[in-house]
Design a protein around this ligand. Structure first.
Ligand code: FES
Length: 99
């Protein structure tokens, strides 16, 4: 099983997940709520993260995600809805609630 590393700022916590895992798996790997997931279906905006490294490792956002991020005013940066991402390579993210 190939593992990929997700680094979550501001704590710098590193979580190892099997390649292709949804980022929602982070909740089961750490005792802290490092990414504030809500609906887990791309509808609430609670899980917005800025991707600091490894944007391509999280797959391509679909049109619905891009439209919603625009509605949230999260454009012009490397923002993603964490609940819509899968970890295909190493990446570093920071929840938008910390920005
Ligand atoms: S948890 Fe609601 S949009 Fe991601």
């Amino acid at each position: 099983m190939t593992l990929r590393k997700l680094t979550i700022l501001p704590t710098g916590t590193e979580v190892l997940l099997p390649a292709g895992s949804p980022l929602t798996e982070v909740e089961y790997e750490t005792p802290q709520r490092l990414i504030p997931f809500g609906c887990r279906s791309g509808a609430c905006g609670a899980c917005v993260v800025e991707v600091l490294e490894g944007l391509g490792a999280l797959g391509e956002p679909d049109d619905d995600e891009l439209d919603f991020l625009e509605d949230l005013g999260r454009t012009g940066g490397n923002y993603r809805l964490a609940c819509q991402c899968r970890l295909r390579g190493d990446a570093t993210v920071r929840p938008a609630t910390d920005l």
